[in-house]
Structures are given as structure tokens and as C-alpha cells.
Design a protein. Structure first.
Length: 145
């Protein structure tokens, strides 16, 4: 960890298998990457070590965010490790982080842990630290639907 990292934990009412599949399924990503119903979300996943993933999302075609990367470790339904290249619709510089997600059995479902490391600055980490909980809220909500 570099100091500009994010670690989140959440108890989710789901099985590890269901949560893992929901995390990597492009159809599910189209729902949980959209903070508003009218957002545009395109998602693709090649779920294999060395395979690529890509999510393009935003409120309008001229204001789209792109996150994409490569899977480094896939251990269904327990653990997923991948890179994320963050690209923005404005003049902010792109940067890459390294994400580890675990889905551990818990008496109330699973303990979902996200470790997102390598943010280049405190400001960029803080921006994403406010966004991650919204994505996790949407992930959990759409997982239950």
C-alpha cells in the first residue's frame, strides 16, 4: 500500500458465488455502474487471466468516463485481482490502480472487501474514495434485484 489507497469492507446479503458473478458480469455492470437511471453504461469482460475488461459510463455521450484493465488473478468465487486504468472526459490525467476484491463467507452473507491501491495523489484517492461507496451501494442493490 502506498498511502494513497482505498480499503472498503461491507457485509452483503448474498452468496460468494452470486456476488462474484455479479461483479464481473457485463449485464450486471451496466446496472451497478449507473448512479442514475438515465446514465449510459457499456461494459465488456473477457474473464480470464490476461483478459481485458472495460466499462464506459456517464450521463451523456460527451461526458463519458472509461475504466478498463486486465485480470491478473481469478479465483471464483473468492478473489479477483485486476488493474484499472482511469480515463476522464475532461483534462484530468489518466492513471492506473490495482484492485483486489474478496468475497468471504459471513454469517449474514459475505464480507466483501475492496482494496484499490496506487492512487498517484491524495486528491485522486479522495475523489475515488467518495465514489466507491456509491458503486458498492448500487452493486448491492442490483444484486438483490
Amino acid at each position: 500500500m502506498t498511502g494513497f489507497d482505498i480499503r472498503l469492507e461491507r457485509i452483503v446479503n448474498a452468496t460468494p458465488d452470486a456476488a462474484f458473478k455479479h461483479w464481473v458480469d457485463p449485464e450486471a455492470q451496466r446496472r451497478w455502474y449507473a448512479p442514475e437511471d438515465d446514465w449510459i453504461v457499456e461494459a465488456e469482460t473477457d474473464l480470464r487471466v490476461g483478459g481485458a475488461w472495460r466499462v464506459l459510463f456517464g450521463p451523456r455521450r460527451d461526458e463519458m468516463y472509461l475504466e478498463h484493465g486486465v485480470f491478473e488473478e481469478i479465483d471464483p468465487p473468492h478473489r479477483l485481482v485486476y488493474t484499472t486504468l482511469h480515463e476522464f472526459p475532461d483534462d484530468r490525467r489518466s492513471f492506473e490502480t490495482h484492485v483486489t476484491v474478496t468475497f468471504e463467507p459471513h454469517s449474514d452473507g459475505i464480507l466483501l472487501t475492496v482494496l484499490d491501491t496506487g492512487y498517484p495523489s491524495e486528491e485522486q484517492r479522495a475523489d475515488h474514495e467518495t465514489g466507491w461507496p456509491m458503486f458498492l451501494d448500487a452493486f448491492e442493490r442490483t444484486l438483490q434485484s
